[in-house]
Design a protein around this ligand. Structure first.
Ligand code: NOJ
Length: 543
């Protein structure tokens, strides 16, 4: 198996606008991140991924880029970015940027020139006189009318995010140039936004009628994509010591292996989303009760499916997903369940991704008023679902509270002061009132905190290669409350036991850990070796 720094590392995702404000404008920024490098070092992470920091009109919080080679003024300057890269490197931390190239902003000069029919840019986007029947990820149709060009353009996300035409070699060369630009500035890799939808079927045919994402069969993992990614690897990525992680929507194991095959290395790892359906049908906006088995089955499927052939990402949260402790854990056992979830996911095979605030057990925003949510997806879905299914405002608000992306975007909770130490101004999104009890400062005073537990896990991964590279095997596969698995590596063995229940659980056969050393647990003491307490997690090890 190939051993590399990005397989052995731990990634920390920063959502810059919510991490740390340095100038009191209510918006996080690069100097703010710089000031928190000691915190990242103490946590022990080795790679930072920044959600987009490029100039953007912020229709979708930076995922609508209007200039790929500069920094959004609210976040700082290019000099700040260079400084951040150098300082992170000095601290032994690599840095990965978000690469959003399925679409640009409609305020990007390419789109404006394309709308003018400037011959150089005319084919940078998909223009049609007649729309097809595709629908967008944010709800509604995927086409918008442009007055200037007198034509419709394709946008799989918001109207202000027109899709780039990857058939056009000039577009692909532009993307190569962007990659080179940042790699030459010292960037260590890219998280590639919705990368498995960049290739669209020729002629953009109508899609099969379906409720969600009509037309998706014409762009999800379209075969042309392998040519595009192969070209990027060869022309650019192969020349640098960097890695790519693809955000691959609706991906399955065979398609993932198509991107990850070692001889092609189109991507180094992918984000899959199957386990994100543990509490919803297909999309977050159709919630259902959380069942642990719906978390365990897909995670095991991906562990088994990629073993020896690919490489997994291990995550429970990001800027698009509600907080994991609110979804899969418990309020009554907040601390225990947050630690248990970390044990369950980060002892599997793959590269861990921690989303800011997860390491202190931050919870969903829980705002009661729709006006307190800023996210475009939330507002579009609210309107669409009310119109389509005649859902009441009350019902929709219950869903918003569960599903909104702003659940994970509330400012980072550094301390118990008014704005949680995030800003001295008015925060762009309300701070979660629970920051008085859930915050970094409080965690730092408690040797038994969630933060301290994350530090332990990260340190263990560095000390025990079995955690990184060991094979994975399910134990008690169909158990509905116990998630147990074994890892094996060069004669060593790890057994991980996680109780997903507010009740105690007695272990029966099939999880043997006799003669093994207890490496980690989220409870101080075990009265009976074979009884797990509520949300208890244990990790056993044998040389
Ligand atoms: C996925 C990103 O994670 C999300 O935040 C964004 O809205 C869409 N891609 C569109 O770029």
């Amino acid at each position: 198996m190939r051993k590399t720094w990005y397989r052995e590392g731990v990634v920390y995702q920063i959502y810059p606008r919510s991490f740390q404000d340095s100038n009191g404008d209510g918006m996080g920024d690069l100097p703010g991140i710089l000031a928190r490098i000691p915190y990242l070092k103490e946590l022990g992470v080795s790679i930072v991924w920044l959600s987009p920091v490029y100039p953007s009109p912020n229709d979708d919080n930076g995922y609508d880029i209007s200039d790929y080679r500069d920094i959004l003024k609210d976040f700082g300057t290019l000099e700040d970015m260079k400084n951040l890269i150098a300082s992170l490197h000095e601290a032994g931390i690599k840095i990965v940027m978000d690469l959003v190239v399925n679409h640009t902003s409609d305020e990007h000069p390419w789109f404006q020139a394309s709308a003018r029919n400037d011959p150089k840019y005319a084919d940078y986007y998909y223009w049609r006189e007649k729309k097809n029947n595709w629908t967008s990820f944010f709800g509604g149709e995927a086409w918008a009318w442009n007055e200037e060009r007198q034509a419709y353009y394709l946008h799989l996300f918001s109207k202000k995010q027109p899709d780039l035409n990857w058939n056009n070699p000039a577009v692909r060369e532009e993307v190569q140039g962007i990659l080179r630009y940042w790699l030459d500035l010292g960037i260590d890799g890219f998280r590639c936004d919705v990368i498995n939808i960049i290739a669209k079927a020729d002629g953009l045919p109508d899609g099969r009628p379906t409720l969600i994402l009509q037309g998706r069969e014409h762009y999800l993992n379209h075969p042309k994509i392998h040519g595009y990614l192969g070209e990027l690897r060869e022309a650019v990525l192969s020349k640098y010591d960097c890695f790519t992680v693809g955000e691959t929507v609706l991906i399955d194991v065979p398609h993932a292996l198509g991107y990850l095959a070692e001889d092609r290395r189109e991507l180094d790892m992918v984000f899959q989303f199957d386990h994100m359906n543990a509490d919803c049908f297909f999309v977050k906006w159709l919630p259902r009760k959380f069942r642990m088995i719906r978390l365990k089955r897909p995670l095991s499927k991906w562990q088994n499916g990629l073993q020896g052939k690919g490489w997994n990402t291990l995550y429970l949260e990001n800027h698009d997903q509600p907080r994991s402790v609110s979804r899969f854990g418990s309020d009554a056992y907040h601390k225990e369940s947050a630690k248990m979830l970390a044990t369950m996911i980060y002892f599997q095979q793959g590269t861990p991704f921690i989303y800011q605030g997860q390491e202190i057990g931050m919870k969903n925003a829980g705002f009661d008023n729709l006006e307190d949510y800023q996210d475009i997806e939330t507002h579009n879905m609210y309107k669409m679902l009310r119109k389509m299914f005649h859902f009441s405002h009350q019902k929709m608000m219950r869903t918003v509270k569960l599903a909104s992306r702003d659940n994970a975007r509330t400012p980072m909770q550094w301390d118990e002061t008014q704005n949680a130490g995030f800003t001295t101004g008015k925060p762009w999104l309300k701070v979660n009132p629970n920051h008085q009890s859930i915050n970094v400062a409080e965690n730092q005073t408690d040797p038994d905190s969630i933060l301290a537990y994350y530090q332990k896990i990260i340190a263990l991964r560095k000390a025990y290669p079995i955690i990184v590279y060991g094979d994975y095997q399910d134990l008690q596969k169909s158990h509905r409350k116990l998630y147990a698995y074994r890892r094996t590596y060069e004669g060593q063995e790890l057994v991980v036991l996680c109780n997903f229940s507010e009740k105690g659980l007695t272990l029966r056969g099939g999880t043997d850990f006799k003669g093994m050393e207890l490496l980690l647990s989220n409870y101080p003491a075990h009265e009976c070796l074979y009884d797990l307490q509520p949300y208890e997690a244990r990790v056993y090890y044998k040389k």
